[in-house]
Structure formats: C-alpha cells, structure tokens
Design a protein around this ligand. Structure first.
Ligand code: AMP
Length: 301
C-alpha cells in the first residue's frame, strides 16, 4: 500500500495504474475510520482493481463553530485498517496542497437548490465545501468509480448531481448505512458520546424504523409521521431534534403526501448532548417492505 501526500504524486500514480489497464476506485474519507468506511472499501473492490482511499479533514466543509479542530484523527490505526482491507493507495494531502491559494482561493464548486432542506440550512457553506473538495479529490485520484455512504444521503445526491452536471466520467456508487447491533449508524462522531448518551442515541434509528413500518402498513400522510419521529427521538434524555424531514430523492423537497412509486428520504439531525448526529432511511413507497432500503440503495447506486 502506497501513501501519497501531494496531488502531483497521486496523479502520477493514478496515471500509471490507468496505463497498466487497471480500473480505479476512490473512497473519500476524513479518517477516524470505522466499519462503515471499510464497507465502502469492499464495495470499491467489487468495481475496480485499484482502490484509493483519501484521508483529508476538509476545513472548508466545517462551519466556524463546528468541530474541525477536535475532529478525531487516528492516522496509525487508519493506515493499519486500510492495509488489512487490501487498499492499494492512500491519498493524504496537506491543506496547502489541496488549497494552494489558502484563504484567498475563492474557487468553489457549488450545487444549488439540493441544499435548501435537511442539513443545508443548518450548515451554511457545508455542501459547497464538500463539492469543492470532492472535485479536487477526483482530479487528483482520477477514479473511474467513486464510492460514498448513504448515511450522508443528501451529500450523495448532491455529489451525484455535481458529477453528472460537470461531466466527470465517474460512476457514483452509494452504499447502505452500516449500523451497530442496536441500530445506531456508525459515525466517527459517535466517539464523542458518553456511555449514557451512546445508549440513548439508539432512539434515533428506532424512531426511523418505526416510521418505515407505518409507511409499509400504508400510512401516507407525512405530517403525523414527522411528528412521531420528533416525539420518539426527543423522548431520549439529552436528545434534541434539529430537523426531521421527509423529502423526495429527486429534488430533495419536502413531501406532504406519499404516493406509490415515490422514493423518499426520511432524514434527521439530532443533538445528543453537544454531539450532532445524522441518520436517514431511503424508502421506495410503491415497493415499501422491510427490504425496501436495500433494494432502493442498489437502485440509487
Ligand atoms: P466521513 O469520513 O465521515 O466523511 O465519511 C466518509 C464516507 O464514509 C462518506 O461517504 C460517508 O457517507 C461514509 N460513511 C460514514 N459512516 C458510514 C456508515 N455508518 N455506513 C456507511 N457509510 C458510511
């Protein structure tokens, strides 16, 4: 496994792999790796015979009061996990290499409209930071396939739109959320939780699964579903819902009434103490069943 620290070195390695006739996959991460990230690596391996994982805590996607400085950094463990997963290359640039003009750069890639709901209003500039850095990672790593987690569903839909609109010749693959035994979505931020908070956080996926059951049973009006989602999560001590929304997966706009054939994203952001967690389910209303999430995940991929 090779580690590349500059854009130039990464591009050279990618071009060499390409000349050797290899198919390249990229898995962008911010490190602090867990089993969710490793699931992306395994998925990448199914599509490509050269897998690059990037590790970069991207400053432009953090707001001024967010956790950039204290975001967990576990470099040695990350490298060991990636080696064990059979990764070919790690791209770990420093911030000056990826943003050569620093604060003066003022060059952005932005997808409008799809950030009007869910995380967008609460994290101004976040998705612009994500689309900009992923564009830079694409140009550095030259992938044929890029693999992302559907745990960050809004991010995935925005990046997919960016890729199609700009014509990046890259296939976008979305991987279903990897969860703990009690349903909590794996996240690098889970390590901020105290044991009590960690236990209470299981209310988030439980509430989402409950809503899915009600949709499967035929409930179509969104308002009571969202109210119940709110109430069930807020019952957990120390939990505060920032948003709970049901949007269509095409435009990411709120839906009032579900209809057969619709694909919706049921998404929440919840503060548990000081820690902000997000989670979601993608539900195919016409085929709503307990297997819907997996079927739909393949479909969006
Ligand atoms: P991050 O390092 O948190 O920026 O995440 C890097 C990639 O891993 C993103 O595409 C995330 O959506 C994905 N990811 C994070 N957590 C999970 C999870 N629990 N299951 C699947 N993918 C995940």
């Amino acid at each position: 496994m090779h580690v590349y620290a500059t854009v130039r070195a990464m591009q050279d390695a990618a071009r060499t792999a390409m000349r050797e006739g290899r198919t390249l996959a990229l898995v962008p991460t911010m490190g602090a790796l867990h089993a969710g990230h490793i699931a992306l690596v395994h998925e990448a391996r199914r599509h490509a015979n050269h897998v690059t994982v990037s590790i970069f805590v991207n400053p432009t996607q953090f707001g001024p009061n967010e956790d950039f400085d204290r975001y967990p950094r576990t470099w040695e463990q990350d490298l060991a996990a990636l080696r064990e997963a059979g990764v070919d290359a790690v791209f770990a640039p420093n911030v000056h290499d990826l943003y050569p003009f620093g604060q003066e750069e003022r060059v952005w890639v932005q997808v409008e409209a799809l950030d009007a709901h869910l995380c967008g209003p609460f994290r101004p500039g976040h998705f612009r930071g994500v689309t900009t850095v992923v564009s830079k990672l694409f140009l550095a790593c030259q992938p044929d396939v890029a693999v992302f987690g559907l745990k960050d569903a809004q991010q995935f839909f925005i990046l997919k739109r960016m890729t199609e609109a700009l014509g990046f010749p890259i296939r976008m693959v979305g991987v279903p959320t990897v969860r703990e035994a009690d349903g909590l979505a794996l996240s690098s931020r889970n390590r901020y939780l105290t044991p009590e908070q960690r236990a209470h956080a299981a209310a988030i996926p439980k509430a989402l699964f409950h809503i899915r059951e009600r949709i499967v049973k035929g409930e179509r009006e969104v308002k009571p579903l969202v109210q119940s989602l709110h109430a069930r999560i807020q019952e957990a001590p120390g939990a505060r819902v920032q948003y709970a929304e049901v949007v269509d997966t095409q435009r990411l706009q709120p839906v009032d009434l579900l209809a057969d054939g619709m694909q919706v994203l049921v998404a929440v952001a919840v503060y548990v103490g000081q820690t902000r967690l997000i989670d979601n389910l993608i539900i195919d209303v016409s085929a709503a069943s307990t297997h819907a999430h997996h079927a739909v995940s393949r479909q969006v991929a």
